[in-house]
Design a protein around this ligand. Sequence first.
Ligand code: PLP
Ligand code: SF4
Length: 349
Amino acid sequence: MEPWQKILQNSITTLDGLQEHVACDSNALLDVIANFPMRINPYFLKLIHHPGDPIWKQAIPDLAEIHDGVCEDDPLDEENLSPVPNLVHKYPDRVLFLVSNTCAMYCRFCTRKRKVGTDKMKISPKTLNAGYSYLRQHPEIREVLISGGDPLLLPDGDIATILHNLRSIRSIEIIRIGTRVPSVLPMRITKKLVSILKAHHPLYINTHFNHPNEITAESSKACTMLADGGIPVGCQTVLLKGVNDDVQTLKKLFLGLLRIRVKPYYLFQADLTKGTNHFRTTTETGIAIMRQLYGHISGMAIPTYALDGPKGKGKIPLTPQYILEQGDTLVFENFKGQVCTYPEAGESC
Ligand SMILES: *Cc1c(COP(=O)(O)O)cnc(C)c1O
Ligand code: SF4
């Protein structure tokens, strides 16, 4: 067994286990865990400094999860957009291919909370093969986004096989992997794994950090190893109430990510996923935060703030409004709030 597998094996998955480490009313949480699985590995547990802190909120079950009367099981309509199980085809040229049903930590706000980590998410050689044949029959698909669950929790050999099978489909140009391993179980990024990944370029990774406390010596090393393997690493952060919904926290996170060679890619507005309503902020909060980032810090550190449209309508950028008037002259505000003008190109120019 590899060191990362041993760490994972020592994860807290039961209420008794949880009470040994943190003070909580475990009986009240029985129902929560029965509905939505818990897994807190020893590495991520150590990042909790005190009860209720931003790492705690992401990992420790909360009663609010089972009192969510607002949200839905599958708000993005992923099941209906899957022509074969575990493959979501929503955009013309790219698909989401779910190849793993487990994660190194079960985020309490997970969008796929309805199935990740439970036996409702069935992945087998049969579903994988159905995915490959769909991709072969649809040459208009030029990018495959491998996700789950977390694809990098699979054994090295399985990852190599999946990448090899995808690379053998000529129409697939780009492989993208969505993984939270760099922030929640960074020791999973081994030399061997990097050598497997880099044999399948062009391959991109989008990881997932939500708070500056997740940037540690270990996670920095994992991201550096990926970058040194020639793999561009992006980050998809989720805007979460009580975790990162303020300018100072996100500024520190995005600048910290750049320093470890991770490019902030998306900041997601929280989805309407059942069991996660207590994490939602208003879009007004998100847009106000973005307004205080543009121009104030490196453009390299600024992700696109996006809402994934309910019912599978796709991701929509939410941006602060800088344009005041649009005519022969464009009137706009700059990042300092100063009004500026720009004459549009006219017939006579
Ligand atoms: C988010 C998503 C993608 C990728 O979208 P990008 O904007 O290219 O990052 C692809 N397919 C599905 C179903 C998605 O939800
Ligand atoms: S790592 Fe991603 S898929 Fe897994 S529980 Fe967290 S948000 Fe969900």
